[in-house]
Design a protein around this ligand. Sequence first.
Ligand code: GLA
Length: 387
Amino acid sequence: MELKELKEAFAKAYGQEVSGIYFSPGRVNLIGEHTDYNGGHVFPCALSFGTYLLLAKNNLNKWRFKSLNLPEIIEVDVTDQPAILPNNAWANYVLGVLAQFIKNGTKVASGYDFLIWGNVPAGAGLSSSAALEVVTAYAMNDQLGTNLTRTQMALYGQAAEHEYAGVNCGIMDQFASAQGKVNMAINLDCATLDFELVPVELKGMKVVIANTHSPHKLDSGAYNARVAQCQEALKQIKALGLNIDNLAQLTQEQFDAVADKITDPVAKKRARHVVGEVKRTNDAIAALKQGDIVTFGRLMNGSHVSLRDDYEVTGPELDALAEAAWKIEGVLGSRMTGGGFGGCTVSIVKDEAIDRFIERVGAEYTAKTGLKADFYIAEIGDGARKL
Ligand code: GLA
């Protein structure tokens, strides 16, 4: 949708002109899955698609929220303690961020009209909710003159997700949406929030995203259960006398030495994934810096296998896509990306193999699952901004 159309839609919904337009992107994670809330590294990129937010003050003492994908306008009285809206209303992501400004001592005293439109495929695991949170944090920071850093905006988004959506997520998605840079991946240390931007220079290759359109979605229950299982593993390992603050600090050797003593078999598998994934991620980043995409791709495949067997977050659709991709000449690596269950895979594919990839992976996927996959060539874009 063009900006002009968005402005017209705003005027039509609210009977006043828009005063600010903002954008924040979705993300794709290249490697480092379910490591963020364990203090490990992640390696996501911001995408060129994301969420647009238009706003203007109103004199009604109300926050009004409208998504262009839905007919209704949601209204909330301006208050210092916004209550969570019922039925998992999408506006909770915006409200949850407003609540963070208030909690941190900034009055959001005036009413605002908000209009939202996004072009991140819904339910694809490409972080449309993080994009909405971060665009809200960016816009309100601009409106309220709060001088937040981009990292603080990401933290506001994460807190909104915890408190208003009930998902105990890590920081990866919001961070990528806030700090993304065109043609760069973000090597983020989730324990310290230090990061570096690493150029994604894939000569003669592309990052291809494949959407399962799976009816299985990542739900907060399955996600929060993984977070809790990792905490349980950490607790058991610490009780064995190892002085660590998070699972990502465990080396493979340390883990192997204590693994048999972790009594909960599920916690043990989860920890094995995290320890392996932390190492794969660091090795993959080093390989990319040296231009060694073959190694990078091999580590991506290893990540998928570990997420399938030890973390158990892939499911038949993501497995079908990844396994079909692995058979194709010209595919350097392929894995699920994001939280899992449904959503997307990310693959690195040679330019000359892209047509073959889309055709064969698409056909094999449909034969196995009865579903139709969608393919996008990822464009790595910038993080949150005013338009
Ligand atoms: C979701 C969460 C992230 C991260 C990924 C898995 O996208 O929001 O914080 O944990 O899953 O890597």
